[in-house]
Design a protein around this ligand. Structure first.
Ligand code: B12
Ligand code: SF4
Ligand code: SF4
Length: 292
């Protein structure tokens, strides 16, 4: 089933007409990365400590979706969708606000195309007899604010970490083998698939600053000074990404004001934009630091 699921995701991303902007004649997303975590991986219960007690485990997702049926999920499918070259390029030259392309990606890529991909894959697996749930569609799914800033009760980046797809960075962004300029999604399913191995136990191994003390390129890219040695100020960042001005910018060019413009200046024109910079260092050295 592993290869069938991967092939279907690849096909959908390649062929679905909603993964294409006629306005800028380019796809929103390039070929994805797809990996799998065990639904019983202990990380999911640890996330209640690291993130918040409300953060859902895969079992809770199924308990909510299939009330009283006592079904156990087996696997969490995690998908990395790399932002396409043309969109990244347009944001690379920005200094203050997201480019129009990056802005429209929020409305038509994130909210429209990814929702369609999730629906398609859930239907595909349910039709094959495997119960599958998109946690974001549950009534209990929420985005909220606690003392540390905005968060959700199903964090795609933490799911992707569990599936071995990459690590976090000093700016909080998730760095995969296809870089940090990516979007993420995931589904919880009854299909039993051998989980992918995490390449590192450290949850920050792919960031040059957190691994080697170098780089800091994203610090300089942030137009509102939200990234420092201390980390990422989510409140300041949220205001820039989704505040009033961001909403009117999205509206002015035909995007959904509620989706805002985003920003992503810290995800473009930096060494980790479209590859894992620590992976490149390791292959240059001809050795794998994790193994030493
Ligand atoms: C709330 C939210 C925001 C908030 C807060 C972000 C945040 N850091 O949590 C704000 C509004 C600031 C924001 C901004 C942006 N966002 Co946002 N956001 C979300 C959302 C809805 C939830 C995130 C969440 O729940 N976080 C939970 C908290 C706890 O995570 P955290 O603080 O980063 O986690 C830290 C700790 O857990 C810590 N940690 C400590 N000990 C340990 C131990 C272990 C083992 C582990 C694993 C971790 C860990 O490591 C982490 C990093 O420091 C997700 C969608 C989703 N449902 O996941 C998108 C999402 C995270 N956003 C995304 C994007 C693209 C953006 C923007 C670029 C905006 C844009 N579209 O242009 C900016 C980038 C900001 C940045 N530098 O990362 C992408 C992520 C892409 C990526 N490569 O990381 C997501 C996944 C959306 C998507 N579907 O793709 N976002
Ligand atoms: S730009 Fe450099 S410091 Fe910033 S997240 Fe990427 S590797 Fe880390
Ligand atoms: S998304 Fe924009 S505002 Fe937020 S940290 Fe990155 S550069 Fe700064």
């Amino acid at each position: 089933m592993k290869e069938i699921i991967k092939a279907e995701i690849f096909r959908y991303v390649r062929e679905n007409e909603n993964n294409y902007s006629n306005k800028f004649q380019a796809p929103y997303f390039d070929e994805p990365l797809v990996q799998f975590a065990s639904a019983t991986d202990e990380l999911f219960s640890q996330y209640k400590e690291f993130i918040a007690p409300e953060h859902l485990t895969p079992q809770e997702v199924f308990d909510i979706a299939y009330e009283a049926e006592a079904i156990s999920p087996k696997t969490v499918i995690s998908i990395v969708l790399p932002v396409s070259e043309i969109i990244r390029q347009s944001n690379r030259i920005q200094k203050e606000w997201a480019s129009d392309e990056w802005t429209l990606l929020r409305t038509f890529g994130d909210d429209f195309f990814i929702d369609g991909l999730n629906d398609h894959l859930s239907r595909f697996l349910n039709n094959k007899g495997y119960k599958t749930v998109n946690p974001i569609n549950l009534k209990v799914f929420k985005k909220y604010i606690n003392e540390k800033g905005p968060l959700s009760n199903w964090s795609q980046r933490h799911v992707a970490f569990a599936a071995g797809l990459g690590t976090f960075s000093i700016n909080d962004g998730f760095i995969t083998e296809k870089g940090i300029a990516v979007r993420l999604t995931s589904l919880v399913t009854e299909v039993l698939i051998e989980p992918d191995k995490r390449k590192t136990e450290s949850h920050t191994a792919n960031c040059l600053y957190l691994s080697k003390g170098t780089c800091k390129a994203c610090f300089k890219r942030c137009p509102v000074g939200a990234i420092t040695e201390k980390g990422h100020d989510k409140i300041v960042c949220a205001q820039r990404c989704y505040g009033e001005e961001s909403q009117s910018r999205a509206k002015a060019i035909g995007g959904n004001p509620k989706a805002g413009s985003g920003c992503g200046l810290c995800q473009t024109n930096i060494p980790c934009e479209f590859s894992n910079p620590m992976g490149m260092i390791k292959s240059k050295d001809g050795c794998n630091e994790e193994a030493n």
